[in-house]
Design a protein around this ligand. Structure first.
Ligand SMILES: [Zn+2]
Length: 112
């Protein structure tokens, strides 16, 4: 196995993806049931001068500590976020997204 150059590092992934590239502020994290051990952290831009100040994004962390590259479809800016202002529709979308992730986990080489 060669150096996986396309993997995003945790440090990179926690920087604002919207333009300012400053280190974000950790908001919360959630465990995915499938694939087991996968975690999704929510981060928020903490740079007041950024146009996307307080905008949130998700960082997926695999069980082995790797981060799927941006644009892999696993996670990405503004696909969904949940906070006090999240509408019921957004929450449903987030649940659907989680379900989809779980589906992918089941189809993607689940070991029995
Ligand atoms: Zn920013």
């Amino acid at each position: 196995m060669s150096e996986p150059r396309d993997l995003t590092t945790y440090e990179e992934a926690t920087r604002c993806p919207f333009g300012c590239a400053q280190p974000g502020k950790f908001v919360t994290s959630a465990q995915l049931r499938v694939p087991r051990g996968t975690k999704v952290e929510t981060w928020m831009c903490a740079n007041e001068r950024c146009e996307q100040f307080e905008e949130r994004w998700q960082v997926q962390i695999n069980r082995d500590g790797t981060i799927p590259p941006k644009g892999s479809g696993a996670t990405g800016p503004k696909q969904w976020d949940i906070d006090a202002h999240t509408t019921a529709q957004d929450r449903q979308r987030a649940r659907d997204y989680m379900a989809m992730l779980e589906q992918q986990g089941l189809q993607g080489g689940r070991q029995v």
